[in-house]
Design a binder for this molecule. Structure first.
Ligand code: IMP
Length: 178
């Protein structure tokens, strides 16, 4: 275990097993529909995306978006687009891939944006969900793990861009924040 980690909340083995279950749930959900375009939000969702796509047996396509909190121009609602989609999603089913749903603001805004771009349907798959922190009414359709109100790192999640490479989700020691 990394020396900055106080405890592991979700182990690598749990993530691997849950990812396979989620892929099955996703496949079942889309079985009579057009396969979705997976839109992953950079950078935190990349390890989780890699973990689930290998179990999905439909002809899905991938695209990426990078957004940040509102800081000025080029904003759509409360988010600023740092990298937009490469392709059109008009009439397509979109499955947004996210690392964690916290307040829900990011996904609320990004979902709106995707519908504005003409998506037929937008669903959400997230590795982690912190329902106690929600301030807008956003619900993920497929959830890996519900976690308590703790700041977590690992498996894509960072603290000041560090710890994304950890193979598990954990909580940092208090002294790391000092
Ligand atoms: P929301 O818009 O508040 O739902 O925020 C979602 C984003 O905040 C996630 O994509 C993460 O980048 C970041 N975030 C929220 N909670 C955590 C956490 O516990 N650890 C690391 N990043 C987090």
């Amino acid at each position: 275990m990394h020396t900055d980690i106080k405890k592991v909340l979700v182990s690598h083995q749990q993530i691997v097993e849950r990812a396979q279950e989620l892929a099955n749930e996703i496949q079942e959900d889309y079985k009579d529909k057009k396969p979705p375009i997976l839109v992953a939000l950079l950078k935190g969702s990349v390890p989780f995306l890699a973990e689930i796509i290998k179990w999905i047996e439909m002809d899905v396509e991938l695209d990426f978006m990078d957004v940040s909190s509102y800081e000025g121009t080029e904003s759509v609602g409360d988010v600023r687009i740092l990298k937009d989609l490469d392709r059109s999603i008009k009439e397509d089913n979109v499955l947004l891939v996210e690392d964690i749903v916290d307040t829900g603001k990011t996904l609320e805004q990004v979902s709106k944006l995707l519908y504005n771009k003409g998506a037929a349907d937008v669903k959400i798959v997230t590795l982690l969900d912190k329902p106690s922190r929600r301030i807008v009414d956003v619900k993920a359709d497929f959830i890996g793990f519900e976690i308590p109100n703790e700041f977590v790192v690992g498996f894509g999640l960072d603290y000041i861009e560090k710890y994304r490479n950890l193979p598990y989700v954990g909580v940092l020691k208090d002294e790391v924040y000092l």
